[in-house]
Design a protein around this ligand. Structure first.
Ligand code: HEM
Length: 135
């Protein structure tokens, strides 16, 4: 990722952070509307999961310029997801819903360059989640 892309992600995240609860709520709503079959994988009450997701985004965004430092954490996240038997389509839908809810949360700030930067970051995270821990 370029410095500019990292900057765009961090700047846009600063704008989303104060409303990250509603952002994540919107994200899960979108995801379960598009793919209702994923709903049963999650607990009935999404509050804890939503807080974890927001914290993970915060953590990753803060470390984007030193991505190699958090590879271990991302791989561990990937390992925790192995049991869910997710395919690429699951990650694609999830990424689309996440970016869509971001766009709807800060429409006045969101543009195609910001979207491209987030898409790249998301794909890098997913790729790192798929790297086995013991490699
Ligand atoms: C970059 C993509 C993703 C990120 C950053 C992410 C993040 C997280 C985090 C932080 C947790 C809680 C901690 C943990 O279990 O390790 C979690 C749990 C979980 N994730 Fe993900 N996730 C991603 C993709 C997905 C996808 C594509 C699915 C399926 C559609 C999914 C399904 C789940 C489930 C079922 C849980 C456990 C929920 C529960 O215990 O109720 N995740 N995820």
């Amino acid at each position: 990722m370029t410095n500019r892309q990292i900057h765009l992600i961090q700047e846009s995240w600063e704008r989303m952070k104060p409303v990250s609860r509603s952002l994540i709520a919107r994200f899960y709503q979108d995801l379960f509307d598009e793919a209702p079959e994923y709903r049963e994988m999650f607990k009935e009450d999404l509050a804890v999961q939503s807080a974890k997701m927001a914290a993970m985004l915060q953590f990753i965004v803060g470390k984007l310029s030193r991505f190699e430092d958090i590879l271990y954490d991302i791989r561990a996240l990937g390992e925790s997801h192995q049991g869910y038997r997710l395919d690429q389509a699951a990650y694609d839908i999830t990424g689309r819903c996440l970016l869509q809810s971001m766009a709807e949360t800060i429409p006045e700030y969101w543009d195609s360059e910001t979207e491209q930067a987030w898409l790249l970051a998301y794909n890098e995270i997913v790729a790192a989640m798929h790297v086995p821990m013991k490699s």
